[in-house]
Design a protein around this ligand. Structure first.
Ligand code: GDP
Ligand code: MN
Length: 330
């Protein structure tokens, strides 16, 4: 892959905020101290009617940091993250647009490295490897495994799963796909996938690092909501599978299968075994007991939990898409 340290285009960093007064100052400092020419940076904070004073914190910060361009957009009504991102996009002037969730942090060289990947004209979008902050054991296990998968898929060609904690796009590519989708939750992943379907690579780079806050309470609800969004994304993206460039087709099909179909095989197998065991089958009981005992092994427990979140999410998707979600304490 061609990568150029000398490629330093104008970059617009978009921070979407809803009640992020506790996090926004550290986040702005984090972007300010990126190892990237400051005069090439522009920050757009798009706030959707926060009730905790987030905009005032941003205004004060901007007054104290006059050597970086900051634009604050205040929406009077909360219409969800994707709508807010599209709103901000209309004001973006950078050749590269990077989404930066407020509750995440970038490693100091993350932006420079992400932009360097975009020097390669075949790459259209770049995301980060995520490390959970204050994560529980299960989140650490889940992340460790899925980070490797994202990087491996990216080396094959592209990954269909992106992270709003750092998602950098060529602005032209972003505009060509019509911005962020407002009818599904995983705006970052869906947009990256659309770009890949149009022939530019969408990659998670293993040297682009970020951290994200994980809710201490409500961890399960958080995982279920994210699973809902991923299912919505794959259900929509799979319809354009035939358009996928060959190396991406297999990856997109496999991930859609793993998120939408596979969890139900586990549920079906457990149900069938439980029915047989209840009818007196000792082998069925033995397999169930073995399955339960295996839960002591962490990677298996992490995988099983992921299936349980996906099943719950699929059911919940029947009545709510969670496009505007409750802010969780992290
Ligand atoms: P999670 O990472 O999936 O738990 O989602 P978050 O709650 O952390 O949201 C991701 C980012 O989007 C954060 O910076 C939020 O403040 C922001 N966000 C969430 N909902 C909205 C919204 O309705 N409007 C705007 N402008 N930002 C939002
Ligand atoms: Mn978050």
């Amino acid at each position: 892959m061609r990568e150029e340290g000398g490629y330093t285009p104008r970059v617009t960093v978009i921070i979407p905020t809803y009640n992020e007064a506790d996090a926004i100052e550290e986040r702005l400092n984090n972007i300010y101290s990126q190892d990237y020419p400051r005069e090439k940076l522009e920050i757009i904070v798009v706030d959707s009617a926060s009730a905790d004073g987030t905009p005032a914190v941003v205004e004060k910060w901007a007054e104290q940091h006059l050597d970086i361009k900051v634009l604050l957009i205040r929406e009077e009504q909360r219409r969800g993250k994707a709508n807010a991102l599209n709103h901000a996009l209309r004001y973006a002037t950078g050749e590269v647009v990077a989404i930066a969730d407020a509750d995440a942090l970038w490693a100091p060289e993350a932006l420079r490295r992400a932009v360097a990947k975009l020097a390669d004209p075949t790459v259209g979008a770049v995301s980060c490897v995520k490390r959970p902050l204050n994560g529980r054991g299960i989140e650490e296990g889940y992340r460790g495994f899925y980070n490797q998968l994202r990087v491996a898929e990216s080396k094959l060609w592209s990954t269909p799963i992106f992270h709003g904690e750092l998602a950098a796009f060529r602005r032209e590519a972003l505009e060509a796909v019509g911005g962020f989708p407002t009818d599904i939750g995983a705006d970052d992943s869906y947009t990256a996938t659309q770009i890949a379907l149009r022939g530019l690579r969408a990659i998670v780079a293993d040297d682009v690092l970020c951290t994200e806050a994980v809710p201490r309470r409500d961890y399960h609800a958080w995982r279920i909501r994210r699973a809902q969004h991923l299912i919505q994304h794959f259900a929509k993206a799979i319809r354009r599978l035939h358009k996928a460039p060959p190396p991406f087709r297999g990856v997109l099909a496999a991930e859609a299968y793993l998120h939408v179909v596979n969890p139900w095989l586990l549920a079906g197998a457990v149900a069938a075994l439980a029915a047989s065991a209840a009818a007196g089958s000792l082998p069925a009981l033995a397999i169930l007991a073995l399955g339960a005992a295996l839960l002591a092994y962490k990677p298996y427990r992490v995988w099983t939990a992921a299936q349980a979140y996906l099943i719950t999410a699929a059911v919940k998707n029947l009545w709510t898409k969670e496009l505007i979600w409750k802010k969780q304490k992290k």
